[in-house]
Design a protein around this ligand. Structure first.
Ligand code: IN0
Length: 413
């Protein structure tokens, strides 16, 4: 279904989509004048479209630190992801990456498209990094060192057990949570969050990504990337790649549901982390990706399309999440809605149905016990368009025609 089709099916996406478009346009105008900062913010917008907007809403000092942290991590990721770099070249780079950020002359060409530009111009990221406060620099260096070492460890090691899976996700995402908590603390705006909660924030996001990206990762050329743990997939197939073949559809969906059930264990730590945040901009920055993650898990659950193509939340729904995630009641509301959607897809014959149901019930209980689940606009997709919203959509079209007619007349007079 194309973008226009999606908009017709969900006319109430229009307003948040327009708002998001306007925010993207405004953000483009706010790019700083200094060439190294201009490069960093332009790059940030290229590699993470909607997330960059949320970063942009943080106060200047912290915003610069998060922007650089994000780009350093993306660069490290580009080295890890580039399957054409031989292991004996890759490992030393990963291990020393934390010191390269201090070196304006360091350079390593790899990656493709925007990531190639990021790597080619990495000296501009280093220049900006060196202008950050020492507390921010130390936090970024420390996390980059630990993450590089963790990535190097997993270059030659497969994700066998669920413990390995949690360990790998800790290196590539849990540490990001720890690093961000350090940056928030260094900004003086937040208390230091407990390490286990910061870790869970990253694990919840990364597990949703790993589930969603199965096909892209398995089809990676020249070599598949495999992050689903053998301990889970071996209950269903002999080889991880077998999940993508049509004859294994039933087993594939059961395995997928097992993976989603595993990811759900982190949701409650995420509530604890987010509910302790005090600064509204930091709150949105942390809460929006988590709401997107539960939305992605709900969309992927029991969905064979994960093994056939790209399963992504529609742009309009992303725009709604960005527009509506402002306080804790919005987070509980969104988690409640998306877990209802997931719950409605549980098939009692699924081998993990009971476990999934009990995790969803626990999440819903926390949302209800919060006492703040209020009357709100639901995220759950209705069958067929909402006619109230259709009327608004039609009215909008009529107003747009009148408006363009009036402005055309004004310019001819
Ligand atoms: C992130 C995380 C992120 C944000 C806020 C709090 C976090 C706490 C712990 C761990 C990570 C946290 O969010 C981004 C979101 C993102 O980039 N979204 C993309 C969409 C997409 O599909 O890629 C976008 O374009 O909008 C995130 O996914 N990661 C990330 C990386 C660096 C930083 Cl500083 C924060 C990546 C990952 C691997 C999940 C940690």
């Amino acid at each position: 279904m194309g973008t226009l089709g999606a908009v017709f099916r969900h006319p109430d996406d229009i307003y948040p989509l327009l708002k998001l478009k306007r925010a993207v346009k405004n953000a483009a105008k706010q790019i700083p004048p200094e060439p190294h900062w201009a490069f960093c913010y332009t790059m940030l917008h290229k590699v993470s479209r909607s997330f960059a907007l949320v970063i942009q809403q943080l106060d200047t000092d912290l915003r610069n630190a998060v922007c650089i942290f994000y780009l350093v991590l993306r660069a490290l990721d580009t080295v890890e992801d580039d399957t054409s770099i031989p292991t004996e070249v890759k490992v030393p780079i990963l291990l020393a990456f934390h010191s390269h950020v201090y070196d304006r002359d360091w350079h390593f060409a790899c990656g493709t498209k925007d990531y190639k530009v990021l790597m080619d111009q990495f000296h501009l990221v280093s220049t900006a990094f060196l202008e950050l406060g020492k507390g921010y620099q130390k936090a970024i260096e420390d996390i980059t060192q630990k993450m590089g070492a963790g990535m190097a460890k997993f270059i030659c090691k497969e994700v066998e057990t669920i413990d390995d899976y949690d360990e790998y996700c800790h290196y590539v995402a849990g540490l990001v949570g720890l690093g961000l908590s350090k940056l928030f603390y260094a900004s003086g705006k937040e208390d230091m969050a407990p390490e286990d909660l910061s870790n869970s924030m990253g694990l919840f996001l990364q597990k949703a990504n790993i589930i969603r990206d199965y096909l892209e990762d398995i089809n990676e050329i020249p070599k598949s990337r495999m992050f689903w743990p053998r301990e889970i997939w071996s209950k269903y197939v002999n080889k991880l790649e077998d999940l993508k073949y049509e004859e294994n559809s039933v087993k594939a969906v059961e395995c997928l549901n097992d993976m989603v059930t595993n990811a759900l264990t982190h949701a409650e730590d995420c509530f604890k982390y987010i509910s302790a945040l005090k600064n509204p901009a930091i709150f949105r920055f942390c809460a929006i990706p988590q709401v997107m993650a539960i939305g992605t898990l709900a969309l992927c659950y029991n969905n064979i399309e994960v093994f056939r193509g790209v399963v992504k939340m529609r742009r309009g729904l992303t725009a709604k999440v960005i527009d509506r995630t402002n306080k804790m009641s919005d987070v509980y509301g969104a988690f409640y809605d998306f877990s209802c959607m997931l719950k409605s897809k549980i098939n009692k014959n699924d081998p993990n149905a009971t476990k999934t149901l009990s995790r969803i019930n626990a999440i819903q209980k926390t949302c209800m016990d919060s006492g703040v689940l209020n009357r709100r606009k639901s995220y759950i997709i209705q069958n067929g368009p909402n006619y109230n919203s259709t009327m608004i959509f039609l009215l909008f079209i009529i107003l747009a025609i009148i408006f363009s007619y009036l402005s055309a007349n004004r310019s001819t007079n």
